[in-house]
Ligand binder design. Sequence first.
Ligand code: PA5
Length: 429
Amino acid sequence: MKIEVGFDYLGEKNLPNFNRYKRKVASIDKMIKERSGLGNDYLGWLDYPLSVETSLLDDIVLTANEYRKKYDTLVVCGIGGSYLGSKASIDALRGLKSSDSMEIIYLGNSLDPNYVSEILDYLNKRNFAVCVISKSGTTTETSVSFRLLKEKLKEKYGDDYRNRIVAVTDETNGALRKEVNNEGYKAYVLPGDIGGRYSVMTPVGLFPLAAAGIDIKAFIKGMNEARGDFDNGDILTNPCYQYALVRYYLHTRKKYKVEMFNVYEPRLSGVSEWFKQLFDESEGKDGKALLVSSCTFTTDLHSLGQFIQEGNKILFETILYVKHPNNDIVIKEDKDNLDGLNYLSGKSLSFINQKAYLGTLKAHYENGNVPNITLTLDKMDATNLGYLYYFFMKACAMSAYLLNVNPFNQPGVEVYKKNMFHLLGKEGY
Ligand code: PA5
């Protein structure tokens, strides 16, 4: 398996007796497979990586490569599940300061006039194209930004604006689909049975990834490997379900309120954002669930680290650690040694970061009495990232069903929208 799930820093009292949950987990697994649980019409992601047509992947790569040749910037316009997966993946795989010829920037995820005008101003200097992504086709943040982007495209490129737009939306429904049909934009379909936060495996994630020069076939391959590895209803041997059960147990039996999801690389902070959406939006219903929050270490050890170590014992940690970083730097000997760092000469930053990880685990677990779950990946590449996402999506479905909530809807999100529409004077509100 590409991911090691570790419970060595959990504490014996926090580890459930897996045998006791054998039947429960097996019956939820059966329910998932038979698509008979709550929200079962949104389980399309389970088999999508297996059934996705090679011709679709080829078409995405072809179009993305044309874009890479013609343009220097792609604006991904979407919010929530319509952009978090692509941003997380591109940051994780290309890094935060990528020198790739295609820059990827994001709009449609905010109504802040400062942010939106900054991006629009910046686009004056760029040869840009747009990938607009919305399943419903009616999300305000995305629609408003897309309208502004179209204005900018028309102003800069006249009638060529249509050729610079790729849309990803529902096959038949929504305002964006209508516009695609009227305007003839290049478009891909987000299948009706896959919700936004489970959609990174579809063109929602795949087109931006391909435009960023990432191997989407390797990404899908990783998803398929995870699909095979975790297609097993036995809690004794399925680490994906073990992770879900341990979270559930810590929350319902041990009364922890927060799962702090931590990474040791800033380029993985986007994965934390994606992870938070996946679990918080899937599980936070009916007054239930853990709150998932996140830290990027070692940065946050100098802020939230104090709370984790000595504050209110409301949280446990889940650490995502990648053993071998894509780059490394060795500390050189300095003859003056004024900074006193020669004890680190010849050591790599990855070695030092790893000692920070191990030292923190020990400090939080042994001294701070904070349970830790460790998730270890050998390296970060497209295949391993696809694998990791699938692992989390499957764990999330199990975890939400253990809580007896629908993992695939988000009724609470509608409440602010209704109020906002009312305040804005939208018809019918
Ligand atoms: O996970 C989800 O379903 C949501 O986060 C949606 O992705 C988000 O609200 C954006 O919706 P849409 O793609 O319809 O614009």
